[in-house]
Write a protein of this length. Sequence first.
Length: 171
Amino acid sequence: MPKSLRKRLAEKDSCQGLSRMETRKASVKEVGEIHKLLSRYADHGLLLPRSLSEIYNHLRDYSVIDDANGAIIAACALGVCWEDLGEIRSLAVVEGHQGKGLGTLLVNNCMKEAASLGLKQIFALTYVSDFFIKAGFRVIEKSTLPHKVWADCLKCPKFPDCDEIAMLKDL
Ligand SMILES: CC(C)(COP(=O)(O)OP(=O)(O)OC[C@H]1O[C@@H](n2cnc3c(N)ncnc32)[C@H](O)[C@@H]1OP(=O)(O)O)[C@@H](O)C(=O)NCCC(=O)NCCS
């Protein structure tokens, strides 16, 4: 974890145990909780909706952070799209815990995992471009992403009028 982030977590949340926060892989019994967290934002069009079945099928992609009581307060999935390319999907932090570095922690974790798998680049489709710029991503033309990426978009209620911003980072 970067030193600045550790410091921020320690300063803001030592009383709630957040300074000890770490990402970990999700488990099968947590699918319902992850689904609820993602659905809150999907209902507002901020995330692509994920069914319970999709989360079960891709459970090994998911990392989570839980609070001192074991409740999941943040989640994120790393998808492998193609030989060199990974995608950050379903990134969400519960409202009461936003702005504490948890989103950054999950994205950094995804980047490490992607690099360890041998991926060379990672992208996200998002409305929060400033957050991703702070994580080292840059804006790219959506059309430069491989066609394979758009399979998921067919499930999006906004398809084909996607207004998300494509962001890319070299690993
Ligand atoms: C976007 C989200 C994941 C960010 O998580 P977070 O834990 O609140 O973010 P962090 O605390 O790690 O923030 C890191 C930096 O990004 C900035 N940032 C966070 N959310 C932002 C947003 N929505 N817009 C612009 N900047 C944002 C923070 O201010 C912080 O900047 P700083 O380092 O200068 O203080 C979280 O707000 C969220 O779950 N939003 C709703 C769902 C969503 O939009 N998900 C993204 C789908 S791709």
